[in-house]
Design a binder for this molecule. Structure first.
Ligand SMILES: NC(=O)c1ccc[n+]([C@@H]2O[C@H](COP(=O)([O-])OP(=O)(O)OC[C@H]3O[C@@H](n4cnc5c(N)ncnc54)[C@H](O)[C@@H]3O)[C@@H](O)[C@H]2O)c1
Ligand SMILES: [Zn+2]
Length: 691
């Protein structure tokens, strides 16, 4: 498994540094678990806490009475409803090594025998909640509080997706899980609150906790609940069979009762036979993290069997049979320095946040997306605000919200553009996403430059100056017009001699026979880069079939969801005139070697292709016959041979092509025992598919 960089613990030199750290952590925890907003982000808090813990291990006699390491939720919150069984926190590990150490200590607790079975779940980043059902009816909701007592929040019964008022069977049971907000729920919560004169939330976790605890509100806020536990002791439930169930089966049973669980999501509760399978699952969940509708801050590893749990026991703050593997922090707090407005290829006018540089998950971030102007209003952002920034994996970072309680009065209103920042034309504000009224025409030069770039049509010799000239002289409106340029027209341009004109014409001529995926990519349809274009072309085979496809058909393409599909359909329809010009100019609009795909639910058929159905990862620099191949060309080659190009190595990987300076992917493949070959061997194997 690749080790994930984790910020080290704060180093505390002496008792006074320690006491100061305790005081700062105390203050942050009071704000975090109490009513306020902590001005410290979790990563900073965790580092501080690790420093405190390390000092306490070294100096057990100096431990402060109010150290936040002693109690669940630092002992800050409590309430008047008692928990029949304490609601605990979880211990943390930050690397494979930490996890192996923790597993070894668990096995020592089991008298030296291995843990019989494991289970891995996502660690949902929300607020813990206990839901009490009597004879199948939801009667009470209680927060975790300090673990022993919590607050009654039954007033939100009915507002939580995944916590039905009535179960499928009349059982009496207390279910425990996490309450959180999806992106849409968060936007709706902010909107409702702002509409009622309230301050917006700094981030989703704050919004969850604030919305749960606020009573007597004139509006309702929807949230989502995922169950990860239940009180199974026969003393607490009418279903005595539950106590015998492995955790993985308990969760399935809760789902059958109608409760929300992570089962059915790509990261759902999964039983794992051994620690290697646990590590693979942790990594897989980490990879999927950016694509989920909710936020995760780790994966929870648990012993699956009740017998192992009983024997391992629990400590005062955490169970010994479970721990959280934390992913690199995805949220940080920083200052919003300004907002820039840029116009994309399709004329979309997008705001972008300029941030005080901040490190999130190993990368320094200076910009973050703000989606659209409505989004800025909903989040009530101001320049100078302390904002929460979120970035998981490779996704574009986004601004979650502002800490409005920390405002000094010096913050400034964000100015919205009156006219298109690029061409000065009017702005079409009919949708949340603003667009220059001239649409694609506004982004002409950028769009054409994109279309002729190496990953699309790969037409050499068409630099920015030349494109600008062609557009300004009215010779082309879009890239499709390139194919009808004449020699005379080119010779009419500044600084264009006969040799360069002929060279350019030849390059344009070559581009006529590019595979469909390249031509489709050149269209610049929103949300379809080079690999998505390859998937779309590989699925449909011809431009005609793509134009005929509706949203339902597009959703069958790997990676296209319900949100993206209609956008692509609308864009393709809008581009019909460009596509017609391509057709008229004799540009290839078919995917070479394409075979109709079997119906989506049919058994995969043998295609006879050498990489049939195989996930192939290419890493390092290509050499030999493949030396000149870009990654796009490698992906195309793999697709022609029936395989699927993938960017990360996992148990599902069938083959790794490792070139020069291959790094962690190669190590991983070797660890997992996956077949590894050189670019030369790969070229030989696919000789008949090379162009
Ligand atoms: N920013 C601040 O000022 C500040 C202050 C205090 C605490 N914190 C943050 O709060 C966190 C510590 O809080 P904590 O003690 O509540 O612990 P925790 O949130 O790290 O872990 C325990 C909790 O994980 C949740 N959980 C999610 N998925 C689960 C699953 N599948 N199985 C079991 N439990 C699951 C449960 O609610 C459980 O109570 C840290 O991340 C810390 O950074 C931040
Ligand atoms: Zn414009």
């Amino acid at each position: 498994m690749t080790t994930i960089p984790t910020a080290p613990a704060d180093l505390l030199a002496d008792e006074s540094a320690y006491l100061d750290a305790v005081a700062r952590a105390r203050q942050a925890a009071d704000a975090y678990y109490g009513s306020g907003e902590s001005s410290m982000d979790d990563d900073t808090y965790d580092r501080l806490l690790r420093g405190i813990t390390a000092f306490e291990v070294e100096h057990p006699d100096l431990v402060a009475a109010d150290s936040p390491t002693r109690e669940v939720a630092a002992g800050v919150t409590s309430g008047d409803v008692e928990h029949a069984v304490r609601m605990l926190s979880l211990g943390n590990v930050f690397s494979e090594e930490d996890l192996r150490d923790w597993a070894a200590s668990l096995e020592r607790r089991l008298g030296g025998r291995p843990v019989a079975a494991w289970v891995v779940e996502p660690k949902l980043d929300g607020v813990a909640l206990a839901a009490r059902y009597r004879d199948g009816r939801l009667v009470q909701l209680v927060t975790r509080g300090d673990g022993s007592t919590g607050e009654d929040v039954s007033h939100v019964i009915g507002d939580l997706v995944g916590l039905p008022r009535e179960l499928a069977e009349p059982v009496t049971i207390e279910v425990r899980g996490e309450v959180l907000m999806t992106e849409e729920q968060f936007a709706a919560a902010n909107e409702a609150r702002a509409a009622h004169g309230g301050a917006v939330f700094a981030n989703r976790r704050n919004a969850s906790s604030g919305s749960l605890r606020a009573k007597d509100r004139p509006y309702r806020v929807q949230q989502t609940f995922f169950a990860y536990d239940a009180l199974t002791d026969p003393a607490h439930t009418s279903d005595p069979g539950l106590a015998e169930l492995p955790h993985s089966e308990l969760i399935a049973r809760l789902a059958d009762l109608g409760l929300g669980t992570t089962l059915g999501t790509p990261v759902g509760t999964l039983a794992c036979a051994d620690l290697e399978a646990v590590l693979a699952r942790i990594e897989a969940i980490g990879t999927m993290r950016p694509d989920l509708a909710y936020e995760l801050d780790g994966a929870v590893v648990k012993a699956d069997l009740p017998a192992d749990r009983a024997e391992a026991g629990t400590g005062s703050r955490v169970p010994h049979w479970a721990t959280a593997y934390k992913y690199p922090a995805a949220q940080k707090i920083t200052t919003l320095l300004g907002v820039e407005w840029s116009v994309g290829r399709t004329g979309v006018i997008a705001p972008r946040a300029v941030l005080e540089p901040v490190e999130v998950g190993g990368t320094t971030i200076t910009y973050a997306t703000l989606h659209n102007p409505a989004d800025i209003r909903r989040r009530d952002l101001m320049i100078g605000d302390q904002v929460t920034v979120y970035r998981a994996g490779e996704v574009i970072p986004r601004v979650e919200g502002a800490m409005t309680t920390l405002r000094t009065g010096a913050e400034q209103v964000i100015e919205f553009p009156e006219a298109c920042p690029r061409c000065g034309a009017a702005i079409d504000r009919s949708q949340e996403r603003w667009r220059c009224e001239r649409g694609r025409a506004c982004g002409q030069v950028e769009a054409i430059r994109y279309a002729v770039a190496r990953d699309c049509l790969d037409i050499e010799g068409l630099g920015e100056k030349l494109v600008v000239q062609l557009v300004e002289k009215g010779m082309i409106e879009d890239f499709a017009d390139l194919f009808s340029l004449t020699r005379e027209q080119l010779l009419d341009l500044d600084r264009m001699g006969e040799v360069s004109a002929d060279k350019l014409l030849a390059a344009i001529g070559d581009a006529r026979s590019r595979p469909l995926n390249r031509v489709f990519c050149a269209l610049g349809v929103l949300g379809t880069g080079r690999s998505m274009s390859l998937r779309i072309a590989g699925y449909f085979g011809s431009m005609d079939a793509i134009q005929a496809a509706d949203a339902v058909a597009l959703e069958r393409v790997d990676g296209i969801g319900g949100e993206k599909a209609p956008v692509i359909v609308a864009e393709v329809a809008e581009l019909a005139p460009v596509i017609a010009k391509l057709k008229a100019a004799g540009v290839n609009l078919e995917q070479p070697g394409w075979v109709p795909l079997p119906a989506p639910d049919a058994e995969p058929e043998e295609s006879g292709l050498p990489l049939h159905g195989m996930a192939v990862v290419v890493t390092g620099g290509m050499t030999g016959p493949l030396a000149e191949h870009s990654r796009t060309q490698m992906n195309e080659l793999i697709a022609r041979a029936g395989g699927k190009a993938s960017s990360s190595v996992s148990k599902r990987t069938g083959l790794v092509v490792a070139g020069e300076k291959a790094g962690s992917k190669l190590d991983k493949a070797n660890d997992l025992g996956i077949e590894v070959i050189t670019p030369e061997q790969f070229a030989e194997r696919l000789a008949e598919f090379l162009e």
